[in-house]
Write a protein that binds this ligand. Structure first.
Ligand code: AMP
Length: 198
């Protein structure tokens, strides 16, 4: 089963995708982590996007699409994957759907983690303290910019996936285990009704 976790920065996508990986074996694919790894390794791609990413802006769609499309075709994705941080806008989603179709794959479910803005800020501040070393893009104005971009560019994915009958909403303000259980319930219901292979 292939899952998309949708949510603003700080909504818990990373945490929940790790749990989904442990529970169901879906491979966690975070485009943000892939990008940060490229920046750390100073690859051509990393050097090209570093300034953009540190200011909270998006990497261009085609770059992200080719990165993720190659990744989902690898063997370790055959039992399913959970996308964390992709797609980020409707253009990415549409082009990705086309690529999936060409490869006889599809998205089975989209789970939105809903969290109010005040809590997003609190969580990211805590993440910075706990990590001891703040992510460049987790700071003040850049974080505000990332949340604004989420509202403007990523939220339109909600009606997009609603129209496709794939969207489910989860209250992302409960504690981690409760959220994980809510997600698990949705996945199991979907699995039963569609008899899809997990
Ligand atoms: P994240 O860890 O998901 O918050 O991503 C960190 C940063 O990587 C984002 O602020 C963007 O600059 C870049 N990024 C990650 N995923 C995407 C995507 N799907 N489209 C464009 N940029 C992305």
């Amino acid at each position: 089963m292939n899952v998309i976790l949708l949510g603003a920065p700080g909504s818990g996508k990373g945490t929940q995708s790790i749990i989904l990986n442990k529970k169901f074996g879906f491979l966690q694919l975070s485009t943000g982590e892939m990008i940060r790894q490229n920046i750390e390794d100073k690859t051509e791609l990393g050097l090209m996007v570093q300034t953009l990413v540190n200011s909270g802006e998006f990497v261009n769609d085609d770059t992200i699409l080719s990165m993720i499309s190659n990744r989902i075709l690898m063997k370790d994705c055959k039992n399913g994957f959970v996308l964390d941080g992709f797609p980020r806008n409707v253009n990415q989603a549409k082009k990705f759907d086309k690529i999936l179709k060409e490869n006889n794959k599809k998205i089975n479910i989209v789970i939105e983690l809903k969290v109010i803005k005040k809590i997003l800020f609190e969580r990211i501040q805590n993440r910075a303290i706990e990590a001891n070393e703040a992510r460049e893009d987790d700071k003040g104005e850049v974080l505000e910019n990332r949340i604004k971009i989420y509202e403007e560019q990523t939220e339109p994915l909600i009606p997009y996936y609603k129209d496709l009958g794939l969207h489910y909403e989860v209250n992302g303000m409960k504690n981690i285990d409760e959220i994980a259980l809510d997600i698990e319930k949705i996945i199991k219901i979907k699995f039963k009704t569609n008899k899809e292979i997990i």
